[in-house]
Unconditional design. Structure first.
Length: 266
């Protein structure tokens, strides 16, 4: 456990690494075999597999913790937990949840400023900072990397100045890494990197981005969030709709070979 945390922390010190997001033990096993340095959970990937929306209020804390534990147990790589807004109504509640998350053996976890309320989607900055500071205290000297997330771009408030102010506040409150999912281009990525320098920045990749391009902008860590899960859902939905609507089976042509999957899990 402690070895993985040390490895994960060192990955943030220089260079740029990709941290893909499995959503079950099978995808965790495959990504472990694919040569990545670390993995991260995805709240959306879990939620969709349970027929729930991706919202801080949609998933039960115990279900999330059991899922994180299953990912940690399925890999030898460091795992970063997508811990949404901390699964607590108050900073004390966040701290209690974070202590339980640390106990799963994760190497890192993220706390976001989203409320899950469509009418008021973000905690105000003082409240968000208090919640992140509680997570920092709960992590203690465990070595777990704490990521502070500003959700404005994916919560309907795409204000780069507000996002950068939030990330700077999270950095001052003890976040080791900063993350604003939904940044829309190289200018915004570069601005966030500069705003929180020298702390490392995680970028949520989009199809138009490249690892080398993000590295050149100063990104230290790249994740794909729900991207891989939605790729799988996209292929599944297209093939199923073809079966239902056309009565044809060409959508099955892109299936992974049975022998390869069987061999992976033997």
């Amino acid at each position: 456990m402690h070895g993985q945390r040390e490895v994960f922390r060192k990955l943030h010190e220089q260079g740029c690494f990709v941290m893909p997001n499995p959503w079950d033990t099978g995808t965790t096993r495959f990504l472990t075999s694919a040569g990545f340095a670390a993995l991260a959970t995805t709240s959306a990937g879990l939620a969709f597999s349970l027929a729930k929306p991706d919202s801080p209020a949609a998933l039960d804390r115990d279900v999330v913790l059991a899922h994180i534990q299953s990912i940690v147990d399925a890999t030898t790589l460091p795992v970063n937990a997508d811990f949404q807004s901390g699964y607590g109504a108050t900073p004390a509640g966040v701290a209690d949840s974070v202590r339980r998350c640390v106990a799963t053996g994760v190497a890192g976890l993220s706390i976001e400023d989203a409320t899950g309320d469509p009418d008021d989607p973000l905690y105000d900055i003082p409240t968000a900072v208090a919640r992140l500071a509680a997570a920092r205290d709960a992590i203690g000297d465990s070595g777990v990397v704490l990521t502070g997330r500003a959700e404005g771009f994916i919560a309907g408030r795409p204000d780069i100045d507000d996002v950068m102010a939030r990330l700077q506040a999270f950095s001052a409150a003890g976040a080791d890494c900063l993350y604003a999912p939904g940044l829309r281009g190289s200018g915004e990525v570069a601005a966030v990197v500069a705003a929180v320098h020298p702390k490392p920045v995680n970028v949520l990749a989009t199809p138009s981005m490249t690892v080398s391009g993000l590295a050149a902008l100063g990104a230290r860590r790249i994740s794909v969030g729900s991207g891989l899960a939605r790729v799988a859902w996209g292929a599944f939905m297209a093939a199923a709709r073809e079966l239902a609507d056309a009565g044809t089976f060409t959508g099955l042509g892109g299936a992974a070979p049975f022998a390869e999957l069987n061999g992976l899990f033997e």
